[in-house]
Design a protein around this ligand. Structure first.
Ligand code: SF4
Length: 119
């Protein structure tokens, strides 16, 4: 992802900062593509035993209406220990994102911050 794409993701996640985790979880369970597909009996599973890469994660979650909620919830609950595909990102991308997200400014701080590096 480019720096602009990372910034866009962080901006969208900031809009969910005040949303309680149970509300995020409800949205994911209600609208998440893998959840709705699972209810139809065909849960999509990455067809690989290796760590999913970025392209596979993007493909797996393409069209999901709950990507941001899913990503925010995973960052909150699994943090740097995240595994697999969540929120349209592979685990190495989420770990990189988490380093910045975890150091994001609070509401009382400015939006200009020097969080971690995504590289
Ligand atoms: S973003 Fe991906 S992992 Fe999360 S609910 Fe949607 S399809 Fe499932």
């Amino acid at each position: 992802m480019t720096r602009d794409q990372w910034d866009d993701v962080l901006h969208r996640l900031a809009g969910l900062d005040q949303v309680p985790s149970d509300v995020l979880r409800d949205a994911v369970e209600r609208d998440g593509l893998c959840h709705t597909t699972h209810r139809e009996g065909e849960p999509p599973e990455p067809d690989t035993a290796e760590e999913p890469d970025s392209a596979l994660a993007a493909h797996f979650c393409a069209g999901c209406a709950a990507q941001d909620e899913c990503l925010a919830l995973e960052l909150r609950t699994a943090g740097a220990e995240t595994h697999g595909i969540w929120g349209g990102l592979a685990e190495h991308d989420r770990r990189a994102l988490h380093r910045v997200w975890a150091h994001r400014p609070s509401d009382s701080e400015t939006s200009d911050h020097e969080g971690g590096s995504l590289s």
